[in-house]
Design a protein around this ligand. Structure first.
Ligand code: C2E
Ligand code: MG
Ligand code: MG
Length: 569
């Protein structure tokens, strides 16, 4: 074992002196009057002055001859802290000889040696740490694409303003309409560029009394205003909407952006941030549901509409679970003979408190809440059972069910249809499916394939409400329809209006050319029936023959007709 040699005082002094010189932290020694006595090499490098220049000069005066007021206060603060507690630390922005400002953490402590007071200062450059912190702060508080304050900042600024303001505080929430379509057609990068242009334009508007313009992400923005009267914001919002009427140019594409705007304000709509924000958002949702491209101020009616639609959704789900939807049947008639050739199943909602409801009261709710497939299943099941009952009575019939083309994309749709035929022993020809022209147009490509599959299964297909969509007659040949149903709006005027008459005639000619049969909807008078028969329409439906009726009434119609046939034979 080697012999341990204790360190001498001299070596210790030398070691400590070298350590101080090589330390990453800068060190300086001041006298009792805060004048430099010595500094280490790191300090020299840090501030750009040699020790020889600094010695004898007061702390802080190395760049200027005399201290600025602000620096004097800082120095006094250091001095009084050292005098009272012997220690002081703080962060400082320190100017260097080269004009840079370093962010530093400094500690000062008093040391007495042989009755003399010295102040030792240690300085650590924390510029990198502060930069990182600034970066993190930026990430946490600003949108990375637009650089605008984010939702968090907007909320804190709003709550501050609500506490401080003696005026009315206006919260504006706005979205860019059709944002998803823009992303899918232009791509995310282009849309981000578009958003940057948009934000630049909003900034240029330099809106009066604006406290915060915030980007919540994507197409989602907010504005915070303060006015003596909240309604003064209307002018600013007009300017905003007008700005959107000028097109944006993006890589040779001309793009028009429309926005939907929801407004709430303190004190009218409350004094709590959360409530005000929710109300502005409700107003925004409301205007979006009504086509967008407009401004909506929050009012109680919106609340009622929202709670109505929430209640409707809850009721619709119960109705599906409890099979409250039932079909009524309207006969389809061979115009020449008046004979029933089939039925259309039309849904009715046996509502527990409101009685029997027609589709106008709930079909939009069904589509909006994505319950179309469930409704279709319920209607198709009851229809299949009805066909089986009639079959057993010797009344072979077909029933036509209405469908929204969106249902065809449901993963269970085709399985369900196939199982229907096997479970209820009905022939595919006994089931017809009709889709409206408008639901077809929205899903052009996929629907074509799905209709072809249905056709292959042996199901007859009908195009409902023909003439009400945006379709040109020529697109008809692309689809495998067996029937075209001319919308009742044409039939109602056919007797007196030459144009409607000519249109119906043209549809009949086209259908003949395409080998499709035509059913006229909404025949209400004998004259209409006669005229349609005269111009070559074979089938019809309408109140003239029968309104939609219950299954029992439809059965009675069929049995009566059967009796008539027996009597005549
Ligand atoms: P639609 O399929 O075109 O059905 C014809 C509508 O016209 C029915 O209204 C029927 O009652 C009515 N109607 C029949 N004859 C006449 C007439 O002579 N004059 C007048 N003014 N109207 C007549 P309803 O039952 O209220 O159905 C409205 C719409 O709701 C249907 O129009 C259909 O698009 C939809 N719908 C009905 N049932 C279902 C269903 O089960 N599923 C889906 N997805 N939609 C359905
Ligand atoms: Mg129909
Ligand atoms: Mg129709």
């Amino acid at each position: 074992m080697s012999i341990f040699t204790p360190i001498t005082e001299l070596i210790k002094q030398q070691l400590l002196t070298q350590l101080c010189e090589n330390l990453e932290d800068a060190i300086f020694i001041l006298d009792a009057n805060l004048r430099y006595m010595s500094v280490n090499a790191t300090y020299e490098i840090m501030i750009g002055y040699h020790e020889a220049f600094l010695v004898g000069r007061p702390l802080g005066i190395y760049a200027a001859e005399f201290l600025a007021e602000k620096e004097r206060i800082i120095l006094n603060n250091i001095a009084s802290n050292l005098e009272n507690g012997g220690f002081y630390e703080n962060n400082f922005a320190m100017a260097t000889r080269y004009g840079q400002t370093l962010n530093c953490h400094m500690t000062f402590r008093n040391i007495f040696i042989e009755g003399t007071l010295y102040h030792i200062g240690m300085v650590r450059d924390i510029s990198a740490v502060i930069k990182d912190k600034e970066k993190v702060d930026h990430l946490l508080n600003y949108d990375q694409i637009t650089g605008l304050p984010n939702r968090k900042v907007f909320l804190s600024q709003t709550s501050e303003l609500l506490l401080e303001s003696y005026q009315e505080v206006v919260l504006v929430r706005f979205n860019i309409d059709r944002y998803r379509t823009l992303v899918s057609t232009l791509g995310t990068n282009n849309v981000n560029t578009l958003i940057e242009h948009f934000v630049a334009r909003v900034r240029q508007l330099d809106m009066d009394n604006l406290h915060c313009f915030s980007h919540f992400g994507g197409d989602d923005f907010a504005l915070l205003f303060e006015f003596s009267d909240a309604h003064m914001v209307r002018h600013q919002l007009d300017i905003l909407m007008q700005m959107c009427e000028r097109p944006f140019l993006l890589k040779d594409n001309i793009i028009y952006l429309h926005i939907s705007v929801g407004v709430s304000y303190f004190p009218e709509h409350g004094n709590q941030l959360a409530g005000l924000l929710t109300k502005a958002e409700k107003a925004l949702d409301h205007i979006k549901q009504h086509g967008g491209d407009d401004v909506c101020w929050y009012h109680e009616g919106i609340n009622a509409a929202t709670s109505n639609s929430l209640q409707l959704e809850a009721e619709l789900r119960i109705a599906i679970d409890e099979c409250q939807f039932i079909p009524h049947y309207q006969p389809k008639i061979a115009l020449a003979t008046g004979a029933i050739t089939g039925f259309e199943a039309l849904v009715r909602w046996q509502h527990p408190t409101r009685g029997l409801l027609n589709p106008i009261e709930f079909i939009d709710g069904i589509i909006k809440n994505k319950l179309s497939f469930e409704l279709f299943c319920q209607m198709a099941l009851q229809t299949a059972k009805q066909l089986a009952i009639w079959e057993a009575m010797g009344l072979t019939q077909h029933i036509c069910i209405n469908a929204d083309a969106a249902e065809f994309s449901h993963p269970e749709f085709f399985n369900f249809i196939s199982s229907l035929f096997t479970k209820h022993y009905i022939h595919p020809h006994q089931l017809h499916i009709e889709v409206t022209e408008s639901s077809l147009m929205l899903r052009h490509a996929s629907v074509k394939k799905q209709l072809a599959v249905l056709k292959d299964l042996g199901i007859y297909l009908a195009l409902d409400d023909f003439g009400t969509g945006y379709a040109s007659l020529s697109y008809l040949q692309e689809y495998p329809f067996d029937f075209i149903k001319i919308d009742k709006s044409f039939i109602s005027k056919i007797v007196d209006d030459h144009t409607q008459h000519a249109i119906v005639k043209a549809i009949l000619d086209l259908a003949t050319a395409l080998d499709m049969k035509v059913i006229a909807e909404g025949i209400e008078t004998e004259a209409q029936r006669d005229l349609l028969l005269k111009i070559g329409c074979t089938y019809g439906q309408g109140y003239w023959f029968s309104r939609p009726v219950t299954a029992e009434a439809a059965t009675a119609m069929l049995t009566q007709e059967q009796k008539k046939i027996h009597l005549n034979t």
